[in-house]
Write a protein that binds this ligand. Structure first.
Ligand SMILES: NC(=O)c1ccc[n+]([C@@H]2O[C@H](COP(=O)([O-])OP(=O)(O)OC[C@H]3O[C@@H](n4cnc5c(N)ncnc54)[C@H](O)[C@@H]3O)[C@@H](O)[C@H]2O)c1
Length: 249
């Protein structure tokens, strides 16, 4: 086992997930990177600092595809040997205005953001030993009801991630597993790059936080690394808001 154990990070090909994989590897974790963008996950994996316990590894998987996720999750755990930490960063944004939103889009966002997160939580429950730690990735959109870059489908899905995290914290406590969530504010990743090209929009959103700036993926990754570390030993079912003082939840 590596100095700080073994971790699975989903959505690790990009943005917050990639930054988290880097942060955990730098802290000595051996990391399995899951993403439906297999090529991107491989590229991130290749640039991770090596750890004593062996190579990091990338797995291509859609986290919302139940049979494939179950199989891939088991393969990743078998490859790692044991699973100490899980971070579920896989997710999609949606900016369809409320009155233009249809059920198919709503369901697709829910599938990726909520069902995908649920399946990973359940599989972690199956494979993690006592002492395991999980961090899901919600959003301030789930607390505020959207209104930054994402809208109804996204906000509702992230509200569901907040509730799902608490539900999992209750269910997995008897197995000795802690489950928390991070609710990032606007964080500069490919997810918001397009929206941030509109400078007036970017400035409006930034001005809503007392720090008056966009977050960096590394800042979110460090907060996640804390939540899956032994330093957070008495924390479960909690929401850590990392948003520069926007919501002050
Ligand atoms: N960037 C922000 O401002 C922000 C703010 C709050 C919350 N978040 C959340 O953080 C998480 C990461 O977002 P990001 O900004 O890094 O976005 P990103 O687009 O850079 O990365 C998301 C990654 O998830 C992967 N992914 C999406 N759906 C998947 C699926 N079904 N199966 C497997 N992989 C899948 C994508 O391929 C991509 O690599 C998301 O859950 C997002 O909602 C982001």
């Amino acid at each position: 086992m590596s100095a700080n154990g073994n971790a699975i990070v989903t959505g690790a090909a990009s943005g917050i997930g990639a930054a988290t994989a880097r942060e955990l590897a730098a802290r000595g974790y051996r990391v399995a990177l899951l993403d439906r963008n297999g090529k991107g996950a491989k590229a991130v994996t290749a640039a991770l600092p090596p750890v004593d316990a062996g190579a990091h590894f990338a797995f291509e998987v859609d986290v919302a595809d139940e049979p494939t996720l179950v199989e891939t999750f088991a393969m990743a755990v078998a490859y790692l040997g044991t699973l100490d930490a899980l971070v579920t960063s896989a997710g999609v944004a949606d900016m369809t205005p409320f009155m233009e939103l249809d059920a198919a889009t709503f369901r697709q966002v829910y599938d990726d953001n909520v069902v995908g997160t649920f399946l990973c939580l359940r599989e972690a429950g199956r494979h993690m030993p006592r002492g395991g730690r999980i961090c899901t990735v919600a959003s301030v959109a789930g607390l505020r009801g959207g209104g930054l870059s994402g809208t109804a489908a996204y906000a509702a899905s992230k509200g569901a991630v907040l509730a799902l995290t608490k539900s999992a914290a209750r269910a997995l406590a008897e197995r000795g597993i802690s489950v928390n969530t991070i609710a990032p504010g606007a964080t500069l990743t490919p997810m918001i790059e397009e929206a941030w090209r509109n400078e007036a929009h970017r400035k409006r959103v930034e001005a809503m936080s007392v720090m008056n700036r966009t977050g960096a993926p590394d800042e979110i990754a460090r907060a996640i690394a804390f939540l899956v570390s032994p330093d957070a030993s008495y924390i479960t079912g909690a929401t850590l808001v990392a948003d520069g003082g926007l919501v002050m939840y």
